[in-house]
Design a protein around this ligand. Structure first.
Ligand code: COA
Length: 260
């Protein structure tokens, strides 16, 4: 049996990546960060993969944070390298040219919330809890937590979560805009897969265009963002999928998209 910290499954254009360290609540050690980086590079390069679902093994945790045992003895230089290792991987996830859904099946704490936040969509079980508890360890978030929370839900909630370290329930995370949806735990997988199937049947190059626009637009002014969207909009007219989608509408039939 493989000792990889990940389980990877493919079905109908949906690749499910499961972080599999259930005895450590799927904590992110260096080996897991590297395995995720490779897994997302592979998913990005594989045209058969239309959507990625990311989750954690077991009923209890999505990811309970960066691996505290591994961090305990790091030097400052190693700490910086550990942070950059996670940050690079998460930037890859965020910039993947296809949608990534975090299926938040339990605790998403510290690096776990940071990982969920770099996914494009988050569906949480009603039993999930999220937070940035690094302060309880004398640490600060190191995989982009202060930056992505700020962009997702503003200054007040970011400072509350980071300064207090207190985890919040899924419903509160929904109110704050940290997750997109909360569903009963028993329905989490079915609801996530329904959304993934919808995205897997959508036009891949149009999805990619929107992901690019939101990634670029999040970092630039409105004029540049609107120009960028106009350029991407024009580019979509070069795709067979756009002809198919508009023709299918006019012919009153369902479109079939091939990513061309
Ligand atoms: N890093 C390393 N190991 C972790 C971990 C982490 N972030 N989170 C949990 N674990 C390990 C525990 O050490 C324990 O291992 P052990 O059985 O070998 O002792 C195992 O996972 C189960 O965790 P445990 O604490 O016994 O479960 P619990 O149900 O009592 O508590 C949590 C669950 C999530 C509240 C608790 O594990 C926790 O606070 N984890 C740390 C969260 C955190 O601070 N994350 C940010 C890190 S920067």
């Amino acid at each position: 049996m493989s000792d990889s910290p990940l389980l990877i499954q493919d079905a109908d254009g949906i690749r499910t990546i499961t972080i599999h360290r259930p005895d450590k609540l799927n904590a992110l050690n260096a080996a897991t960060l590297d395995a995720l980086d490779q897994a997302f590079a592979d998913a990005g390069a594989d045209d058969e993969v239309r959507v990625v679902v990311l989750t954690g093994s077991g009923p209890k945790a999505f990811v309970a944070g960066a691996d505290i045992a591994e961090m305990n003895s790091l030097t400052p230089v190693q700490g910086r390298d550990f942070s950059l290792r996670g940050t690079r991987m998460m930037r890859r996830v965020e910039r993947l040219p296809k949608p990534v859904i975090a299926m938040v099946n339990g605790f998403a704490l510290g690096g776990g919330l940071e990982l969920a936040m770099c996914c494009h969509l988050r569906i949480a079980a009603d039993t999930a809890k999220v937070g940035q508890p690094e302060i309880n360890l004398g640490l600060i978030p190191g995989f982009g937590g202060t930056q992505r929370l700020l962009r997702l839900c503003g200054r007040a909630a970011t400072l509350e979560l980071c300064l207090t370290g207190a985890p919040i329930a899924a419903d509160r995370a929904l109110q704050l805009g940290i997750v997109n949806r909360v569903v009963p735990a028993a329905e989490l997988e079915a609801e996530t897969m329904k959304l993934a199937a919808q995205l897997a049947a959508s036009a891949p190059l149009a999805l990619r265009g929107m992901l690019d626009c939101v990634n670029v637009g999040g970092e630039c002014g409105i004029e540049e963002g609107l120009e960028y969207e106009a350029a991407q909009f024009g580019l979509v007219f070069s795709t067979a999928d756009m002809r198919e989608g508009t023709s299918a509408f006019l012919e009153k039939r369902k479109p079939t998209f091939h990513g061309r």
